[in-house]
Design a protein around this ligand. Structure first.
Ligand SMILES: [Zn+2]
Length: 98
């Protein structure tokens, strides 16, 4: 059986251009190095910060983000994937066949 699975994908080079046009420094605030990796590896589909009610109940949905990790001290920074960002950094839909 063949299943087509369409997934939007973040173009990491477009994401880098978007980010670099808005930031003053790419330094990690703790160790001052400038190398960051996206935890999604080659997929770059982003992650989500789960929504909750503040009392421990979590929901299935969440706020979309792209986590970047400092390659020296492992500090994690999240870039919010707002609709404005997604309009500029998403690639055409990929078709994955399994
Ligand atoms: Zn660091």
């Amino acid at each position: 059986m063949t299943v087509e699975n369409r997934k939007p994908r973040i173009n990491i080079e477009k994401m880098s251009e978007w980010l670099n046009a808005r930031i003053k420094t790419n330094e990690c605030p703790f160790c001052k190095q400038t190398r960051w990796e996206a935890i999604n590896g080659t997929a770059f589909v982003g992650c989500a910060i789960p929504y909750g009610d503040g009392r421990g109940e979590m929901y299935l949905g969440g706020y979309p983000v792209l986590p970047l990790i400092c390659t020296t001290c492992n500090f994690v920074r999240n870039i919010a994937l707002t609709s404005e960002v997604l309009e500029q950094v998403l690639e055409d839909e990929q078709i994955a066949t399994q």
